[in-house]
Design a protein around this ligand. Sequence first.
Ligand code: NDP
Length: 444
Amino acid sequence: MHRLAEFLLDPSAGPEDFARFPLPDTYRAITVHRAEAGIFAGIPSRERDPSLSLHLDQVPVPEVGPGEALVAVMASSVNYNTVWSALFEPQPTFRFLQEYARRRPEGRRHDLPYHVLGSDLAGIVLRTGPGVTRWRPGDSVVGHCLVTELDHPDGHGDPLLDPEARIWGYETNFGGLADLALVKSGQLLPKPAHLTWEEAAVSGLVNSTAYRQLVSANGARMKQGDTVLIWGAAGGLGSYATQYVLAGGGFPVCVVSSPARARLCRAMGAAHVIDREAEGFRFWTDDATPDPREWRRFARRVRELTGGEEPDIVFEHPGRDTFGASVYTVRKGGAVATCASITGAQHLYDNRYLWTRLVRIVGTHFAHHREAWEANRLIAKGRIHPTLSALYPLQETAEAVRAVRDGLRPGKAGVLCLAPSAGLGVTDQELRIRHLPAINRFRT
Ligand code: NDP
């Protein structure tokens, strides 16, 4: 693997050299083990220690099948789905691998006693399987995490509706928190030339999700001038959502939980920021009882900031804690677009505010290849910027997972895999220099 890492940095290597370079038998990968899926039984999620479940293993290099590509991963990132996998919450991900194997012959390779995690990558294509024409060895790429088969009619309007749609590195094996990763070629996108490997690696999952959730015809269909309430506006998803609203001519109302995060939102260009901790919003009187007085106080605060306007769109993902307030606060005819329930999936809201005010709830999940392509294009053009805040070596992935689980850092946590150090991989210095302050905004 050391020889491969050195070879990847050789600027004179061409496609034939990459295709000829001998693959190692095994590679480093962050895994969970099927045999340990019960270790946290009876322990609340908050107290589960990811360093007990995550391993740095040497695992065999998988065979590259038709339509697939093997990528040398220079850098990756930690998303919340890796937190769920590491905590075996709400269920061990081995169930997904078994299901993949049961439903499809090519899925059988994925059903192993270990699961290589990770749903982001930036790296270099090493091998392509039969039928791959768009990419070749030596190409610098980033990956998005939607795996589709599209052999069922349902996926042909919106690929997310494919009954065989899966999230790579979560519902499939051979993910990106590793030195090598196996993807379908339809997951690959060109690496933005002005970014380092670690900057390029952090956006794929959250950027594409925020794009579909807010901008796409499959999401909230944001238009110029829209006011958008964004929960967790300095977090993984929210930091991209805030940029989309600003880039699309809208007005974000950013909700965060500290002065430092409020500063980040203002630095991105947001004029309206609510520090939910400083202002003491508590939407529940106890575990079972929402507090509509707090919904009203919150909605008033939003209107105070916007000069009386209510949000056209609410960008939802906290879930149980905030959903009632979101439905109450959105304007008549507006949309609450949701992709997650980080604080609990059983939502409670007052349906009278939904139907009498003709509010739409839009369920949305990741993005299809075209949406991911469009979102990546905006990064490549320097319109949307990565929000990398902290970088970990692969062997310290468990620390990164803990930091994400505990909300210890804003933006995104990056992970260095085969890249020997930070700062490598830039091929367009001119564009980089133009956007350097924005690229570094979240670095701490
Ligand atoms: P992060 O941890 O980076 O950000 C989540 C943010 O939510 C935090 O920064 C925090 O901001 C805010 N938050 C947490 N608890 C509360 C609360 N009680 N009330 C209000 N805000 C809260 O995670 P991500 O943004 O990466 O992911 C968020 C969720 O979205 C996860 O559950 C993830 O699994 C899901 N997700 C779903 C996707 C899909 O395709 N369906 C894709 C990507 C993510 P602050 O404390 O500053 O307010």
